[in-house]
Design a protein. Sequence first.
Length: 134
Amino acid sequence: EITAKYLILDTGADDLYVYSHFANDHFAGSPDPRKNEFKTVYFPFYKDIVVGGLVQAAQFRAASFVLGEYYFGGPLLYVTWHAPKFEDVMVDTDGIIGHSLLLYFDLYFDYPHARIYLVPNATYKAVSKAAGAR
């Protein structure tokens, strides 16, 4: 069981991304162009620092992913690969939770208290009912 503490909730990102520095510390093996399917991902430029742009990411199928009390079996995730200029700025972050998981929640922003609430929506309820959620 691996715990990522510092994930960005990005409503504009398509998928679940794990940065290679986190993957190297917690996963057995690293992306291999001979074994993994890769895709090129565009990350927007971060603040005034010139990072972002096109980044290679390797596709992995995780056994499971738990977000708070919500369990997801076998989600597809991507591990960034050879993107030091991008990742050096994001060193305090383990990855990004994008639309592929956020689509199951309604997000509520509590700006005065600096909190984000994720409330399971009808999509999550339908999928978890069909799958016999744990």
